[in-house]
Write a protein that binds this ligand. Sequence first.
Ligand code: HEM
Length: 207
Amino acid sequence: MILRSKTPLLFTLVSCLIPLLWLFADIALNNLGSNPIQALHIRLGDWSLRFLCLTLAITPIQMVTKWRGMASYRQLFGLYAFLYGTLHLLTYLVVDNNLEWSLIGTDILESPYIWFGVLAYVIVFLLGVTTSKWSKKRLGKTWKKLHRFVYVASVAAIIHYFWQLKGNLAEPLLYLIIIFFLLSFRVLTWVMNRQKKLNKPQNLRLM
Ligand code: HEM
């Protein structure tokens, strides 16, 4: 019974690995095009951003559908954003720059788009390492506040994307629109909840 209820989650967990396996296959078959390092950057960066968008989408979906079992999916997508983001960072450090720290330091200082990538990654990293139930319990109210930074990470990632853009605007624009709608939804529900709270004591006083 428990296993059956967990099947969609397990299926999602395995499916999220497909882009990575696909990438490994392309590496093995030498199928990454004329600039394989850039292709690695792009594919891993894109997937990290896609999982970040999926993570943000869970709360609105949960609110609309009232389906309580979605928190595990949010956690799963967040961890995949972290995994693909870490591989994206490792590609930059190891494959692109051969761990030459002076080169890396100069490049980071001279490339503002990387600052936003680093900001997004630091947040995704902190959320990834504090995702467990144990951390949630230990951090208490701070946990919720910390995990709200996922919105800052998504905005930083979008700025990072736009800033380094060399051509096609269509894909980043699509992510920008998705993130804009997801953030607007959250702001709207926050405003409505606040108004409800403010109205409550008034109603009581009237009674
Ligand atoms: C979770 C955090 C991050 C996300 C979501 C992210 C996402 C992205 C995305 C979507 C792109 C554009 C891919 C495309 O053109 O389709 C990109 C490019 C890039 N990112 Fe990140 N990134 C993150 C963190 C970082 C960090 C920490 C670094 C390096 C320190 C970095 C270095 C780069 C570089 C060098 C490119 C340009 C690749 C090229 O076209 O040559 N990113 N990233």
